[in-house]
Design a protein around this ligand. Structure first.
Ligand SMILES: Nc1ncnc2c1ncn2[C@@H]1O[C@H](COP(=O)(O)OP(=O)(O)OP(=O)(O)O)[C@@H](O)[C@H]1O
Length: 265
């Protein structure tokens, strides 16, 4: 059975149709990246999977269950999300923020156990955030906070981890560190990852399959070697690219053809 199946999903914000009869499935234990131009509907798809939006027509199924029928607490045990931006309005120690990822597993008024603390510590070490544990969440930089939010999602131990541009605020070292950790989490827990990424080369390097979106539709889905072609990138991004073989992993590597003309003096 597929981990997640999206069938004939349609959605409009007001008059503008943003998702147009969109269908795809993902398999358990695999890493998927959704790619596509700004405004193509990537975040809107993730919002449907989180039940933040309900389909105007079509269905989103998690295993055998339709997501619109699932209780929020059940959904929180199965799906964790790292949103594009996180705003924390209360003064919260970072460790408590990460521990809040265990909330779906606690009974009412139950405190976290030593095992919960251990899971939080492990996730924070993995995301290089343990050193901030006693700081306030509000004192973190954008990139530090983004890593802390990934740690919280990992302690939630989801079957499905949704990431919306999870490395957009991160320096090179932490981009690799976070995607390595998410990838090893996915493999060791047999969890599924769906990540929106703008960096095509990172998406190719980490993903089993890519989902390329254009104007609210799936343009193509498949393994990078099959779908990363000059024609597909021209169609989707309206950009000319050179594709070479990445000497490190044998996968495609995309180089946009940038024309730099020196301005006349
Ligand atoms: N709350 C909203 N109200 C009205 N229109 C919206 C809303 N959220 C998104 N849209 C519109 O829906 C379309 C798809 O937005 P979405 O955020 O899903 O795109 P995206 O592919 O994730 O874009 P990006 O790469 O820029 O993050 C865009 O045209 C956007 O302007």
């Amino acid at each position: 059975m597929n981990e997640l199946t999206v069938s004939s999903l349609r959605f409009s914000y007001g008059k503008e149709e943003v998702l147009k009869d969109l269908s795809f499935y993902v398999k358990k234990g695999c890493f998927y990246s959704i790619l596509g131009p700004n405004g193509s509907g990537k975040t809107t798809v993730l919002r449907h999977i989180q039940k933040l939006l309900l389909p105007q027509s079509g269905k989103v199924m998690l295993g055998p269950e339709e997501i619109r029928q699932m209780k929020v607490r059940d959904l929180a045990r199965k799906i964790a999300t790292v949103p594009q931006e996180t705003h924390v309005s209360v003064d919260f120690p970072v460790l408590d923020f990460v521990l809040s990822g265990r909330a779906p597993y606690l009974k009412r008024f139950e405190n976290e156990s030593s095992l919960d603390y251990k899971k939080a510590e492990e996730a924070m070490i993995a995301t290089n955030t343990w050193q901030y544990s006693h700081k306030s969440v509000q004192e973190l930089s954008g990139g530090e906070l983004q890593r802390v939010v990934v740690a919280r999602a990992m302690v939630q131990e989801p079957e499905l981890l949704l990431l919306d541009e999870p490395v957009s605020h991160l320096d090179l070292r932490h981009q690799v560190l976070i995607l390595d950790q998410v990838n090893s989490y996915c493999r060791s827990h047999n969890s599924t990852v769906i990540s929106v990424l703008h960096d095509i080369n990172l998406a190719i390097a980490y993903s089993d399959e890519l989902i390329l979106m254009k104007k609210g539709e799936i343009f193509v889905k498949g393994v990078p070697e099959d779908i990363i072609t000059e024609e597909n990138l021209r169609e989707v991004y309206e950009t000319e690219c050179l594709i070479i073989e990445n000497p490190l992993n044998g996968k495609p590597y995309v180089i946009p053809k940038i024309s730099r003309r020196r301005e006349e003096e």
